[in-house]
Design a protein around this ligand. Structure first.
Ligand code: ACO
Length: 323
């Protein structure tokens, strides 16, 4: 059955935070952050809730698709930083939109958008949906230890969504990988207040910790491996691909992958300098940016590849054909 993406939308918090602002309260500098990561600013929630951003992204995607919410049969949201532990972020969005379809979340960190697309693809394949909203919404600022310069300078907040319609050529190829490893990138769950929990006192705070160098190496080698696998399994050479939409974690990761695979810089999308790492929302946001800039043409091939906590990697090849 497969699907076609027929609409894109996104929403970022109004407030941008510069590297210089961070160096006002952290032992860091614009020079360090720029040269080690490529990040110049990030958007951070102040008055907005993530529910509001997610709703705005979905409304923009629906408008771009020319559909009403009553046309939607499924809402899948990828998030690890939603406004609610329960219900799913997707349910909060469904309520705001007035949707009456199944709505649930997928948790696969920065690879989440590609995992969520794959879930929606299953609904299309089984004839269970004609139109699906696939959303990524992340408020990474709530997971940070704002005294830890090794992590809090890297992330930002935002939401982005696509509307997919059953039928079409996408995905041409999908591959999801999990290399189980919690310690390399972890946000512990809430400690809770159970009087029966003998380990409550030693429970760590719900802050993100990361073994940066290890994740860096994992990201570069996984992306190289996945793209080589794509070529081997589809017979489509990388030179035939028009857009490489990779997770935006570090400019140096993007440069390393371009160098290893000899990818032309102009085909590799970059938003990292402006948004930092918005986890699973990076890829969906980049799609929306390309679409609105008129850079996605009918028949274009785009690779989407996300990697992150899990450690998860999700890669797919789609053909662009917006209605
Ligand atoms: N400002 C100034 N100095 C800093 C900062 C900072 N913000 N952060 C770290 N440093 C220091 C370190 O303390 C260290 O100092 P030392 O040598 O005196 O010990 C030095 O800079 C070098 O630190 P490294 O960690 O080796 O720096 P590196 O060049 O590896 O960059 C980074 C760190 C940016 C985290 C990089 O490793 C990276 O991008 N890793 C991948 C992250 C990633 O891909 N995440 C994706 C998944 S996110 C998700 O799933 C939610």
């Amino acid at each position: 059955m497969a699907y076609t993406i027929i609409g894109c939308g996104s929403a970022l918090p109004e407030r941008t935070v510069t590297n210089d602002e961070l160096s006002g309260f952290l032992d860091t500098s614009d020079e360090w952050i720029r040269t080690r990561t490529g990040i110049e600013t990030r958007h951070v929630c102040t008055a907005e809730s993530l529910d509001e951003l997610a709703e705005a992204a979905c409304r923009n995607a629906l408008a771009s698709a020319g559909l009403e919410v009553s046309d939607i049969d499924l809402i899948v949201c990828s998030t690890t930083s939603g406004d609610h532990l329960m219900p799913a972020e997707a349910c909060a969005v469904a309520e705001r939109l007035g949707a009456a379809c199944p709505a649930f979340d997928v948790s696969a960190a920065c690879a989440g958008f590609v995992f969520a697309l794959d879930v929606a693809d299953g609904y299309f394949a089984r004839g269970r949906a004609k139109h699906a909203l696939i959303l990524s919404a992340e408020k990474m600022s709530r997971l940070m230890d704002w005294e830890d310069r090794t992590t809090c300078v890297l992330f930002g907040d935002g939401a982005a969504a696509v509307v997919a319609e059953a039928g079409g050529e996408s995905p041409i190829w999908t591959h999801l990988v999990t290399k189980p490893d919690v310690a390399s990138l972890d946000v512990p769950g809430l400690a809770g207040e159970s009087p029966f929990d003998e380990r409550r006192a030693e429970a760590p705070a719900s802050h993100l910790t990361m073994k940066g160098r290890k994740v860096f190496r994992f990201a570069v080698s996984s992306m190289e491996q996945e793209l080589k696998l794509l070529v081997a399994e589809t017979g489509i050479p990388l030179s035939a691909i028009d857009h490489f939409i990779f997770h935006q974690a570090n400019e140096r990761i993007l440069e390393s992958v371009c160098k290893r695979l000899d990818l032309p810089e102009e085909k590799v999308v970059r938003t990292i300098h402006e948004t930092g790492n918005i986890s699973s929302a990076c890829i969906a946001l980049a799609l929306d940016r390309l679409d609105r800039a008129g850079e996605l043409h009918e028949g274009d091939l785009a690779v989407l590849c996300g990697f992150g906590a899990g450690l998860d990697v999700g890669t797919c090849l789609i053909r662009w054909k917006k209605a």
